[in-house]
Ligand binder design. Structure first.
Ligand code: HEC
Ligand code: HEC
Ligand code: HEC
Ligand code: HEC
Ligand code: HEC
Length: 233
C-alpha cells in the first residue's frame, strides 16, 4: 500500500512543478506584452522617447563621411593629409543639401559634387576616399551612385516639408533650438532645431525623436495648422 501512495503523491508534485513555472511565465509575458504596448502608445502619441527602444538611429554608411571635417567651424581631432590638425572647412549645409530651402526634401549630394574636390584633395592612401573616387569613376570602374542609408525617415503616411519650416525659423530666430554648432547665419542656422549639432558629428545620428507629439506641440505654439490632413495623406 504505502509505496503506491507515495508514487501518486510524487506525480502530482511533478505536475505542479511544471505547471507553476508555466503559469508564472505566461503571466509575466502578458505583462510584458501589455507593457510594451503601453510604451508604444506613449512614444507614438506623446513623443516621450524611450531610449532603449532605439530612437537614436545611426547607420554604418558605405563611405564614412565626416560632417565635422566639412561643415564644422571649430578646431578638430581630424589630422589632414599633410599631418597638421585641421579646423573644419565650414561648408554651408545648403551647399550639399541643395533643395532644403526650396523643396520638401533636403536632398543628399551626388558623388559628382564630392569629386570636384576629391579628384585632387586628400591622400591617395585613404581607404574612404578610394571608395569615393571609385564611385566617382576616377579609377578603373565606371561611375556609380553611393548608396547612402537614410538616417531620418518618417512613416509613409506622414508628410513633411523642409522649405516652409526653414523659412519660418529664419523669420523667427527665437524659435531655433540647440544651436551650439557655431553656425548661426542663414538657413544652415536653423537645422539644429530638429537635427541637433550635425556639424559636430563624425557620423550623423538622429537626436530628436521627431514624433507626432513634438510636431503637433510646435504647430500649436506657433499658430501652424494641426488638422490631421496637414501631415497625413
Ligand atoms: C560636403 C557635403 C555636406 C555638407 C557641407 C553637409 N552635409 Fe549633411 N550629408 C551629406 C552626405 C553625403 C550625407 C549622407 C551620409 C551621412 O548620412 O552621413 C549627409 C547626411 C545628412 C543628414 C542625415 C540625412 C538622413 O539620411 O536622415 C542630415 C540631417 C544632414 N546631413 C544635415 C546637415 C547639416 C545640418 C549640415 C550643416 C551643418 C550638413 N548636413 C552639411 C553631405 C553634406
Ligand atoms: C569643398 C571641397 C570638398 C567637397 C565638395 C567635399 N570634400 Fe571631403 N574633404 C575635403 C577636405 C579639404 C578634406 C580633408 C582632407 C584631408 O584629410 O587632408 C576632406 C575629407 C574627406 C574625408 C576624410 C578622408 C580621410 O582620409 O580621412 C572623406 C571620407 C570625405 N572628405 C568625403 C567626402 C564626400 C563623400 C563628399 C561629397 C558628399 C565630399 N567629401 C565633398 C574637401 C571637400
Ligand atoms: C522642423 C524640423 C526640421 C528642420 C528645421 C530641418 N529638418 Fe531635415 N528632416 C526633418 C524630418 C522630419 C526629416 C525626415 C523626413 C521624412 O522622412 O520624410 C528630415 C530629413 C532630412 C534629410 C534626409 C532626407 C531628405 O530630406 O533628403 C536631410 C539631408 C535633412 N533633413 C537635412 C536638413 C538640413 C540641412 C536642415 C537645415 C537647412 C534641416 N534638415 C532642417 C526635420 C527637419
Ligand atoms: C519648430 C516648430 C515646428 C516643428 C518641430 C514642426 N513644425 Fe511643421 N510647421 C511649423 C510651422 C510654423 C509651419 C507653418 C509654416 C508656414 O506658415 O509656412 C509648419 C508647417 C508644416 C506643414 C505644412 C507645410 C506646407 O508648406 O504645406 C507640414 C506638412 C508640417 N509642418 C509637418 C510637420 C511634421 C510632420 C513635423 C514633425 C516631424 C513638424 N511639422 C514639426 C512648425 C514646426
Ligand atoms: C504636425 C503634424 C501632424 C499632425 C497635425 C498629425 N499627425 Fe499623426 N503623426 C505625425 C507623425 C510625424 C507621425 C509619425 C511619428 C509617430 O509615430 O509619432 C504620426 C503618426 C500618427 C499615427 C500612427 C501612430 C503610430 O503609432 O504609428 C496615427 C494613428 C496618427 N498619427 C493619427 C493622427 C490624427 C488622428 C491626427 C489628427 C487629430 C494627426 N495624426 C495629426 C504627425 C502629425
Amino acid at each position: 500500500m504505502q509505496p503506491k501512495l507515495e508514487k501518486k503523491k510524487n506525480t502530482s508534485n511533478n505536475w505542479l512543478k511544471i505547471l507553476i513555472p508555466v503559469l508564472a511565465i505566461g503571466g509575466l509575458s502578458v505583462f510584458a506584452v501589455l507593457g510594451a504596448f503601453v510604451a508604444f502608445i506613449i512614444t507614438a502619441w506623446w513623443g516621450q522617447p524611450i531610449p532603449v527602444m532605439g530612437f537614436e538611429q545611426t547607420f554604418e554608411q558605405p563611405i564614412h563621411f565626416p560632417h565635422t571635417v566639412h561643415a564644422s567651424v571649430k578646431e578638430l581631432d581630424h589630422v589632414s593629409t599633410d599631418g597638421t590638425p585641421m579646423t573644419g572647412l565650414g561648408m554651408d549645409c545648403t551647399f550639399c543639401h541643395r533643395t532644403v530651402t526650396t523643396q520638401p526634401n533636403a536632398g543628399v549630394p551626388s558623388v559628382g559634387l564630392c569629386t570636384t574636390c576629391h579628384k585632387v584633395i586628400g591622400s591617395k592612401d585613404s581607404t574612404e576616399l578610394t571608395k569615393l573616387r571609385e564611385s566617382g569613376g576616377l579609377l578603373d570602374a565606371a561611375s556609380s551612385p553611393i548608396n547612402w542609408k537614410r538616417v531620418h525617415r518618417l512613416p509613409d503616411h506622414v508628410r513633411f516639408v523642409h522649405e516652409s519650416h526653414i523659412t519660418y525659423l529664419m523669420q523667427n530666430p527665437n524659435k531655433i533650438k540647440n544651436s551650439s554648432s557655431g553656425v548661426t547665419e542663414g538657413a544652415a542656422g536653423v537645422c539644429s532645431t530638429c537635427h541637433g549639432d550635425v556639424a559636430s558629428m563624425e557620423q550623423v545620428k538622429q537626436v530628436e525623436a521627431l514624433k507626432m507629439g513634438q510636431c503637433v506641440d510646435c504647430h500649436r505654439d506657433n499658430g501652424a495648422p494641426t488638422d490631421c490632413v496637414v501631415c497625413h495623406h
